[in-house]
Design a protein around this ligand. Structure first.
Ligand code: SF4
Ligand code: SF4
Length: 321
């Protein structure tokens, strides 16, 4: 199903349902980078984009996924022996083959891999399950001005579940934030924003054709949703992942900064995020090829130049967020 089909198959419900189930791939406590104060980050699976530099490729699919960490594997063969679906095999040249399509996520291979080389990313949780985790640090939110941030993947891919979580968080008096690529149907986005206090969003390229080349989708909807969020009076932090040879031209950063300056005073900052390769091993663990293999991190001078360009148009520009 394409991202467009997924968005159009979604119908907003008027009733909030705390027992609704979503697919969560991680929950991180004590974050200080993704919104105000101390926060709990809830990562939802699924993303409509396929950015070439994605640092969380395990988040792209909305379903749970099997990951194998080759550097931990001791070759004991237990996973081959225990898997009821024959997902694993060794080919004639000794390579370890994983037929992911056959996997039913039963967890047998994880349970029997004593080296800890197998893991299933993504678990089903109810809104109440998520809130139970989030509530553990209420004291820290209250003393630091923090709250809960829903990230991904792209959290709006599970729009109904996200909306339930945001509503429940607001009902409990918690500050809410979302980290979003803003590639979501506009009426759905607006409904989500009603229960969102802070929006952290990316602009990956101002040229739509380049945006499509780099992420798999054009940028018109993204820019429209960001403009709408600003018009609704939402606090925004806009990020630009600075990818060498992809979007790190003066022309693109200038166009981005001009667009951000047009959004008005609700933009708290424009954050330039220098490229890093920390996510590359995960592509291998999913048996995928990293599209930017071999690309070096940005030169320091480039980052400083882009910072200077953006500062001509936007008052608060940070490096790294
Ligand atoms: S059970 Fe774990 S350590 Fe053994 S072969 Fe499978 S992945 Fe490797
Ligand atoms: S989770 Fe179950 S079906 Fe999937 S690979 Fe592991 S043992 Fe096989």
């Amino acid at each position: 199903m394409t991202w467009k089909e997924r968005q159009h198959s979604f119908r907003l419900s008027d009733r909030y349902n705390a027992a609704l189930t979503g697919t969560v791939f991680d929950i991180q406590r004590f974050s200080v980078h993704d919104g105000n104060g101390i926060r709990t980050l809830v990562f939802l699976k699924g993303c409509p984009l396929h950015c070439m530099w994605c640092q969380n490729p395990e988040s792209m699919s909305p379903k749970p996924e099997l990951m194998r960490l080759p550097h931990l594997c001791i070759g004991c063969g237990k996973c081959i022996e225990k898997c009821p679906e024959n997902v694993f095999s060794i080919d004639s040249e000794g390579a370890f083959i994983v037929e992911r399509d056959k996997c039913t996520y039963c967890g047998e291979c994880v349970a029997h891999c004593y080296a800890g080389a197998m893991t299933i990313v993504g678990r089903y949780m109810t809104v109440d399950d998520v809130m139970e985790e989030v509530e553990r640090d209420r004291h820290f939110y209250e003393t630091s001005g923090g709250g809960v941030t829903f990230s991904g993947g792209e959290p709006t891919m599970q729009a109904e579940f996200l909306l339930e979580c945001l509503c429940e968080a607001h009902r409990r008096g918690l500050h809410t934030a979302i980290e979003t690529c803003a590639m979501v149907r506009s009426d759905v986005f607006e409904r989500i924003l009603e229960h969102t206090d802070l929006v952290l969003t990316d602009i990956k390229h101002m040229d739509s054709a380049q945006h499509r080349r780099l992420t798999g989708a054009p940028n018109e909807l993204v820019l429209r949703n960001i403009s709408n969020a600003a018009a609704m009076g939402k606090k925004l932090r806009i990020r630009v992942p600075l990818i060498p040879g992809c979007n790190d031209s003066v022309e693109n950063i200038e166009a981005t900064a001009k667009f951000v300056s047009s959004l008005g005073s609700n933009v708290e900052s424009l954050d330039i995020l220098p490229y890093h390769r920390l996510g590359e091993p995960k592509w291998e663990q999913l048996d995928r090829t990293y599209p930017l293999h071999g690309i070096e991190p940005n030169a320091k001078e480039t980052v400083l130049t882009m910072h200077g360009v953006a500062q001509k148009y936007v008052e608060s520009v940070t490096i790294g967020g």
